[in-house]
Structure formats: C-alpha cells, structure tokens
Design a protein around this ligand. Sequence first.
Ligand SMILES: Nc1ncnc2c1ncn2[C@@H]1O[C@H](COP(=O)(O)OP(=O)(O)O)[C@@H](O)[C@H]1O
Ligand SMILES: [Mg+2]
Length: 345
Amino acid sequence: MEEDEIEHTEEENVNEETTEEMNSDFEYKDIKDLPGVGSTIASKIRNAGYQDIIALATANPLVLVEACGIGEPTARKIVAEAREASKMNFMSGLEFEDKRKSVQRISTGSEALNILLGGGVETQSITECYGEYGSGKSQIAFQLSVDVQLPLDKGGLEGHAIWIDTEGTFRPSRIEQLAAVKGLDPKQALQNIKIGRAYSSDHQVLLVDKIPELINADPKIRLIVVDSMMALFRAEYVGRGTLADRQQKVNVVLHNLQRLADRFNVAVYITNQVMARPDVMFGDPTAAVGGHIIGHVATYRIYLRKGKKGSRVGKLVDSPSLPEGEASFEITSNGIMDIDEEKKK
Ligand SMILES: Nc1ncnc2c1ncn2[C@@H]1O[C@H](COP(=O)(O)OP(=O)(O)O)[C@@H](O)[C@H]1O
Ligand SMILES: [Mg+2]
C-alpha cells in the first residue's frame, strides 16, 4: 500500500509531562505519538500484537508491512523511531552496575533452592520454573507470594504480589496457611495479593497490560506470578499453522513482563508445563512448552522434578552468571523447605 496513508500528527508532546512522571527510567510515549503514526496505524500496530513502544521497538519491520499495509521504508522508520523513543541504546558499564545494585531477592523458602538461584528469586528478571504436573511449580509461587511480604531480614521485600492464574489453581487457603506459618496475618497476606484469573490467551495479554496501572496504584508490588504462562496459548493454538502467531504473541507478553521487571524493579516468576520429546533417546525426554522463546527471555530457568521420598529437585538451566546445579527441597504443609538433615541419613 501507499506510504501517503501514513498519518502525521502534531500532538507528539502533548502527554509528555504526565508520562514522564510515571516512567522515570525512560521517556515513554504512546505508539500513536510516534512521528509518522496516527491513531489508525497505531491501532493496526496494536492489533498486530505490539501494545507499546518497547514491544514495537523489537518488532520485525516486515511484520508491520503485512499487518498495517504500509511500505517497508515507513515500517523501518517506525521501528527506528520506537527504538529511539524507548532509548534502546547503550549505557555505560558503570550505569549498568548501578542498576544491578538495586536488584533484590525473594526467598523461595528453601535455602538450598535460594543458593542455587544466587540468593533467591531476583527482581529485574524473569524466573521460569518448568516441570510435570504436581512437581511443585505452583507451590513455589504460593511461597514466593507470602515470602515477598516478609521483612528484608526474613527473605522478603515487605512487598505485595500480583498473580495471573491461567489454570484456576490459585488457592486462598494455601496462602493463609503459609502466611500463618511465617507469622503474618493470613487475611492481610491475602489482601496483599491481587489475583487475575485469565480465561483466554487474549485475556492473559490484557491482564499483563493492566499491571503498570496496578503498580502505579500500589507501588509495594514487588512480585508478578504467571501460573502458567503457556496453558491457554497451548490450548487455543492447535496445529502448526498458527504456531508462528502464537509464538509472536507469547513473545510480546514475555517482553512486556521483562520490561515491567526492569521498570519497576519487580521479580517475575512464571511456570510452564513440559511436553514429551519423543526424539530424545538419552537423558530427560521432556522439554518446556513454548519452545525456544521462553528460554531466550527468561533469565533463570529451573527444571523441577520429583526426587526420592517425596522430595523435589530443582535444576538450574541456562543461567547467565551462575553455575548449573541442583537443589533438593520438600513441599510440606508448612510450605517449601529444605530437606531436614534427619531424613537425608
Ligand atoms: N498442604 C500441602 N501439604 C503438603 N504438600 C502439599 C500441600 N499442597 C501441595 N502439596 C504438594 O504439592 C504438590 C502439588 O504441587 P503444585 O505446585 O500444585 O504442582 P504443579 O507443578 O502442577 O503446579 C502436591 O502433589 C503435593 O505433593
Ligand atoms: Mg500448578
């Protein structure tokens, strides 16, 4: 289609003040505010799955050509503008180090598992836990949602949590039980968790888009749980034909989550199922659902499996700075904890 369909907008700076207030670490504008994009093209871009400028900055221009009916040079220009607007450029090693200094960690309940993760589940990162049904992925999420509320010296961040539940397995009673064990007021602990039940993958996308609003309303939010990341996508996108669409959408959600982690210094914990891999003859014949995309975005990946005597074993896979290793722990009525020394003998 012709390039002269591009809308030109004069209102680039209208929202500058309010958006800058809300986003201290980068200048943030709406997609429609980008030069060469008006509301019509902006809505086409959103329909193509790019909800904001950061997502757009990572887009392949050729995908925009198709989805928005614009010429390739224009698409390239829009993506370049998005990159500029989102300041996807370099910072010095020192600036980077400074940012890393604000990283904090939430205890999983098990010291062994914390050590495996370099001290606990980290803010500014996505931690993915994958494993079979019943391996303990949700239990870790329950524990983190309680432990995040503890004081710093107890492994918490005195924070609150958001929980996106795609499988209908969130249990208030479990939160209350774990909170009581940690000496928290059970009802208050529950009050400090915002639960969004997602009924479709589109709904899940919308709930993730709502998170900045929730955090602006409650800056104590320090943990985002998505349990599980792929269940709805997997159920809805059946067959190879739509796999690329699915992956693209999942990719957008993951990048939005990573952006939230960076922007608000929160920890993101996502769970994932495994599927059988008939092609693997040796070793573990399972793989996380969602293929390579999650692996490329998640900073920490833990493969969970059942161990001896009802224990659980977490294996750290693909960490940027930590050695691969394993940690054993238990799931008890009191929550996630180390295997006590007695039982090890
Ligand atoms: N109150 C409890 N007391 C002891 N163990 C529990 C309790 N609740 C759950 N579990 C253990 O956790 C397992 C379920 O783990 P879950 O995190 O739901 O698995 P998934 O990986 O499918 O999310 C159960 O099979 C049980 O072994
Ligand atoms: Mg579960």
